[in-house]
Design a protein around this ligand. Structure first.
Ligand SMILES: Cc1cc2nc3c(=O)[nH]c(=O)nc-3n(C[C@H](O)[C@H](O)[C@H](O)COP(=O)(O)OP(=O)(O)OC[C@H]3O[C@@H](n4cnc5c(N)ncnc54)[C@H](O)[C@@H]3O)c2cc1C
Length: 458
């Protein structure tokens, strides 16, 4: 078995791992990042790449008043407070500084304008020029290389060696040919994403999404769960996940949720609405999957299309032929195959609610947006599992806690491997929770891991 020795070993090459590696290298540690795939990508590269940050100069320039307190309140309101309020507060307080630090490392993040995501009080999402996670990963990978982080791909963290006190001394990496390598480390950061791509774990922890469309990174298989068990690490919110009620059926492209929050609606195969689309895309997944055929049609108009046009995902959806357009309700019915009379009645009712300001039977109010008007656009969608939010319980330095509440000596977790910010189930997920936890906990983990490794070598 080949051996090596580093201050900080980071497992996983998505946002959490790349940010942790960058932060640890910035703090002067020797860092090795290992990734099971042949390239750096993860769920992060599939994502829209939007990171919430409160109190940024970009917001100030537009006169947007935002504070970490407000961001924390928004996150906690969506989860009903059923999450770790200390971690939420810490990450909210760090959010603007983390984004500024990434910008100093030439990660091109700008404020997304034109709409606010459901549950966010103000515009605060920072994204790359084309609003894609692949641009985010590419920029982070360049920053990590500049910081002299060693990167080894096709290397899966398979096992760790640890003392009786839980101190990790080395990790065992497994190569695709079955060969093993031992890497000694002063600290280990687990940033291996969640477990959405392990069907057995999904069936066990998220039974409502078993069999749903999966739009997640294949490498996220919960390889950290046996390690957590061995080291008696505490786990929480294992039934928590980010779903999406608007994955274009058969095309694997998300129809982004401003299509709904800006005034669009979803109807089932009978042309009938079935839920409050404005509550959030995550819980919408199960609502769509409860409809006949596990599908719905998302319907929006030209005004909303202009908002969607800033996203690469929209260009992908158009290129894939996932969006149909129509100049009238009759044409929309023809192009979607929806029953015309029912569709017309639904849209007439939405228009009445928009003008009257009254809530619909599901509790949604349409009054703040203009009446939907031709041209109409629509996509046939299904409810998908994007990523899981349950994981290892960490403290405010991203140190993994044991079941008895004490921190493990030198083990850290970030992103999808750590307990997320959303509380149990799907409805606590507010847009940005994924990458706030990945970048925020990743940076805290990298800094603390480097400090710890430095103390050990002195
Ligand atoms: C379509 C879509 C859109 C999204 N949009 C947003 C958004 O705009 N904003 C937001 O906040 N969130 C968004 N999310 C969620 C977000 O993508 C995730 O929360 C985030 O990417 C998680 O980052 P991560 O680094 O923890 O995991 P990942 O990016 O999944 O990286 C984990 C990495 O670990 C590797 N790995 C796994 N096991 C091992 C092992 N044993 N050894 C070595 N490597 C291993 C994996 O191969 C993977 O590369 C979106 C998700 C999807 C699917």
């Amino acid at each position: 078995m080949e051996t090596a020795e580093v201050d900080v070993l980071v497992a996983g090459g998505g946002a959490a791992g790349l940010v942790a590696a960058l932060a640890a290298a910035d703090a002067g540690a020797s860092v090795l990042l290992v990734e099971r795939d042949s390239r750096l990508a993860g769920t992060t590269a599939m994502s829209t790449g939007l990171i919430p940050a409160a109190g940024t100069p970009e917001q100030e320039a537009l006169g947007i008043v935002d504070t970490p307190d407000l961001l924390a309140r928004d996150i906690l309101a969506k989860s009903g407070g059923r999450t770790d309020t200390t971690i939420v507060g810490r990450l909210a307080r760090e959010s603007a500084a983390t984004v500024a630090w990434l910008q100093r490392h030439h990660v091109p993040l700008s404020l997304v304008t034109g709409f606010t995501y459901p549950g966010h009080s103000v515009m605060r999402m920072m994204g790359t020029p084309n609003r894609t996670g692949s641009e985010l990963v590419a920029a982070l990978a360049r920053a990590v290389e500049r910081a002299n982080v060693a990167i080894v791909t096709r290397a899966r963290l398979a096992e760790v060696e640890a003392g009786a006190d839980g101190r990790v001394t080395a990790a065992i990496l497994e190569r695709p040919d079955g060969a093993h390598e031992l890497v000694g480390c002063g600290a280990l950061v687990l940033a291996m994403g969640g477990f959405a791509s392990a069907a057995d774990l999904v069936a066990r922890y998220l039974p409502e999404m078993a069999g749903a469309a999966l739009h997640s990174h294949p490498g996220c298989r919960g390889d950290w769960l046996p390690l957590a068990e061995r080291l008696a690490a505490a786990l929480a919110d294992m039934d928590s996940y980010q779903g999406h009620g608007g994955l274009a059926a058969g095309h694997a492209v998300p129809i982004l949720w401003p299509s709904m929050t800006e005034g669009g609606v979803q109807v089932n195969r009978d042309g009938l609405r079935f839920h409050d689309e404005s509550r959030g895309y995550s819980e919408a997944a199960a609502a769509v999957n409860a409809q006949p055929g596990r599908v719905a049609w998302s319907i929006w108009d030209g005004r909303i299309q202009a908002v969607l046009d800033q996203f690469d995902d929209t260009r992908d959806a158009i290129a894939a032929g996932a969006i149909v357009s129509a100049e009238s309700v009759a044409e929309l019915a023809r192009r979607t195959g929806l029953p015309e009379a029912a569709l017309a009645a639904t849209l007439t009712e939405v228009e009445r609610l928009t003008r009257s300001g009254a809530p619909c039977p599901f509790g949604r109010r349409f009054a703040s947006r203009p009446v939907l008007a031709p041209p109409f656009h629509a996509a046939r969608v299904t409810g998908a599992l994007f990523h899981t939010q349950g994981g290892m319980v960490v403290d405010a330095e991203a140190r993994v806690l044991r079941r008895d509440g004490r921190p493990l000596p030198n083990l850290f977790a970030a992103g999808g491997t750590a307990r997320g910010l959303s509380g149990p189930g799907a409805s606590g997920y507010i847009a940005g929770n994924g990458l706030l936890a990945a970048t925020g906990l990743g940076r805290l983990a990298g800094v603390a891991a480097a400090r710890l490794a430095g103390q050990q070598t002195r």
